[in-house]
Write a new protein. Structure first.
Length: 136
């Protein structure tokens, strides 16, 4: 018997709803929620929705990027980042979220899927601190 995991449920929901619309889609989604309620898995709804989003993103060639900077960045810089991510991950679409965090001091933190590129000053200072403590 297969384990009922959020990924398995998301795959089943995706397969059951693929190509449906209108009342058929609504009926299938309602039955999915009823099944989750009966299995006492509504608490896993966020995980299931995230897994469903991952499946959809793979099918559409979409990657999601989260960028955090100390200060806002301009339109041109945003476009350049999106283009570089699109090239690196061979994606057709890039969905971007941009955030500001005053505690970073400067630099940028980019998250795409499981990969993180952290060039923030705060991170570099933390790395230097660890290096200096380790050297003692």
């Amino acid at each position: 018997m297969a384990k009922i995991s959020p990924k398995n449920i998301a795959k089943a929901v995706y397969d059951a709803t693929e190509g449906k619309s209108g009342q058929d889609l609504a009926f299938t989604l309602k039955r999915s929620v009823v099944m989750l309620h009966k299995k006492r898995m509504l608490g896993k709804a966020d995980e299931i929705l995230n897994a469903l989003q991952d499946i959809f993103d793979k099918k559409t060639g979409t990657v999601r990027m989260k960028v955090t900077t100390a200060k806002g960045i301009g339109y041109g810089e945003k476009n350049r980042l999106e283009h570089e991510v699109k090239e690196r991950f061979k994606a057709q679409h890039v969905k971007s979220e941009f955030f500001e965090d005053q505690e970073l001091l400067g630099g940028m933190r980019i998250e795409v899927g499981d990969e993180v590129l952290d060039t923030t000053y705060k991170n570099k200072l933390h790395q230097l601190e660890r290096f200096l403590i380790q050297g003692k």
